[in-house]
Structures are given as structure tokens and as C-alpha cells.
Write a protein that binds this ligand. Structure first.
Ligand SMILES: Cc1cc2nc3c(=O)[nH]c(=O)nc-3n(C[C@H](O)[C@H](O)[C@H](O)COP(=O)(O)O)c2cc1C
Length: 224
């Protein structure tokens, strides 16, 4: 499965089977995490076989069950967009490995003993990982025009494919408060629109930019 196919297959999964993730798959995830952390801006950490973060009322309220593995989403302050971008690539990698996932900002409990948050870093949440009891469902979608701004009605195919991939991305509460603008010089500007709950807007922006690049192809454009 390619990352592009993973975009189509991925949906948030909140119920997991009692089936451990094989060592080779954990190793692949660890390698991707090490690469994402390499320049010191992110501090993603894989926490395996740790059921406590999802063993309480908040997680049950969020309809989570069986979560034993997750990635702690830690980064330097101000690196939220980069965190969204790089962590979403790991979500898609997990999907290609046959694993399911769910970004979780709120409905879990912090387990400070199981990962570290250094001075100057923030913990934004986790990505639950494992073998899903189901494959999730496609989230409700708005027409892709909602997310496009362009000088003319006709947009190039690569731009449309980019937006289509972005529309399939996870966003906090499925808010989808983002917009891609095709500039007259062919570059693309990505931005988030106003939202009442703004906490995750930068992370969402990084996530949708990751999807846009995979849909549009990085050879076809440059970010503004
Ligand atoms: C930054 C972020 C935070 C999220 N936090 C939660 C959460 O606390 N609880 C939850 O159940 N889902 C959470 N989600 C998952 C979204 O609700 C989900 O991605 C969205 O509804 C779209 O559905 P999909 O992922 O199946 O496409 C979060 C997603 C993102 C990107």
C-alpha cells in the first residue's frame, strides 16, 4: 500500500483488538519517529503496551477501548505545524503496515512517567495505534470548492488532487478550517481559517499540508 492509498484507507479508529503490534512494525515506526525527531524540533515518542492512558472515564466517553500503544506528541513550543506534518506521515506509514490509528488531543489521560517532556517542550496529545476492531468510517465531507481559492474557476489537476487528499485528512473535531490558494505564480498558500476552538489549528494545518503534498505531488508546485 502506498501513502496515497493509505490516505483513502485511513479513518480514525477508537476500538482496538487485544493483538500486539509485531516487533518489525514497531521497529519501522521507531525508525520513522527517529527521522522525524532528527533535527531536534520534535520529540515524538512511541509508547508500547501502556493501557493506562486510555483506562478511565474520559477515554470511555470518547468511545475508546483496547488502546495499548500510542505515540506521545511532544514538540518544542511553536512547532505545532511541523508536528502535524511529520506525525501525519507516520499515521499514514502505520496504515501501510496494516495498523489503525486515531489522533487524540483530549480524550486520554497524560502518563508522564512513560515519556518525557523537556523544558521548552509541549505535549499536545497522542496518536493511538494498533489493530482496529473495525476500519472506522469516512468522515462527512464538504465540496472541495469550500477549500480552494484560485484566480480562475479552472484549476490544474494536481491542485485538485492535492485538495482532494487534504479533505480526507483528520482534523480536530473534523473542523476542516483550512484553505489552499493557488497563486498567480503557481505557488500554493495554505492557511487555516478562523475557528472558535483554535487550539489545534496549527497541527491541523501541518496534517492537511502533508496530505496535499502527497495528492498533488511535490514536483508540481512550491509552497508560498
Ligand atoms: C489534532 C487532533 C486532535 C484530535 N483529538 C481527538 C480527541 O480528543 N478524541 C477523539 O475521539 N478524536 C480526536 N481526533 C480525531 C478527529 O475527531 C477525527 O480526525 C475527525 O473527526 C475526522 O475523522 P477521521 O479521522 O475518521 O477522518 C483528533 C484529531 C486531530 C487531528
Amino acid at each position: 500500500m502506498s501513502l496515497q492509498e493509505a490516505i483513502l484507507a485511513r479513518h480514525s479508529v477508537r476500538q482496538y483488538l487485544d493483538k500486539p503490534i509485531e516487533k518489525e512494525k514497531l521497529d519501522s515506526l521507531q525508525a520513522a519517529i527517529a527521522e522525524a525527531n532528527a533535527d531536534g524540533r520534535l520529540h515524538l515518542q512511541l509508547v508500547a503496551d501502556e493501557p493506562e492512558a486510555f483506562a478511565h472515564g474520559l477515554a470511555k466517553y470518547g468511545k475508546f477501548s483496547g488502546v495499548r500503544n500510542y505515540i506521545a506528541l511532544v514538540c518544542r513550543r511553536g512547532e505545532d505545524e511541523l508536528l502535524g506534518y511529520r506525525a501525519e506521515r507516520i499515521v499514514l506509514l502505520a496504515q501501510t503496515l496494516g495498523l489503525n490509528s486515531c489522533w487524540v488531543g483530549l480524550t486520554f489521560r497524560k502518563q508522564t512517567g512513560r515519556y518525557t517532556v523537556a523544558d521548552g517542550e509541549t505535549m499536545h496529545g497522542v496518536i493511538a495505534l494498533g489493530y482496529g476492531a473495525n476500519q472506522g468510517v469516512q468522515h462527512p465531507q464538504k465540496p472541495i470548492e469550500t477549500f480552494c481559492k484560485a484566480p480562475t474557476k479552472e484549476v490544474p489537476d494536481w491542485f485538485r488532487r492535492g485538495v482532494e487528499a487534504a479533505v480526507l485528512a483528520p482534523t480536530a473535531m473534523n473542523m476542516q478550517k483550512f484553505e489552499f490558494e493557488l497563486l498567480a505564480d503557481g505557488r500554493v498558500a495554505a492557511r487555516t481559517r478562523f475557528a472558535l476552538i483554535g487550539t489545534y489549528l496549527k497541527i491541523d494545518l501541518g496534517i492537511v499540508k502533508c496530505h496535499f503534498e502527497l495528492g498533488a505531488g511535490t514536483d508540481n508546485f512550491r509552497w508560498a
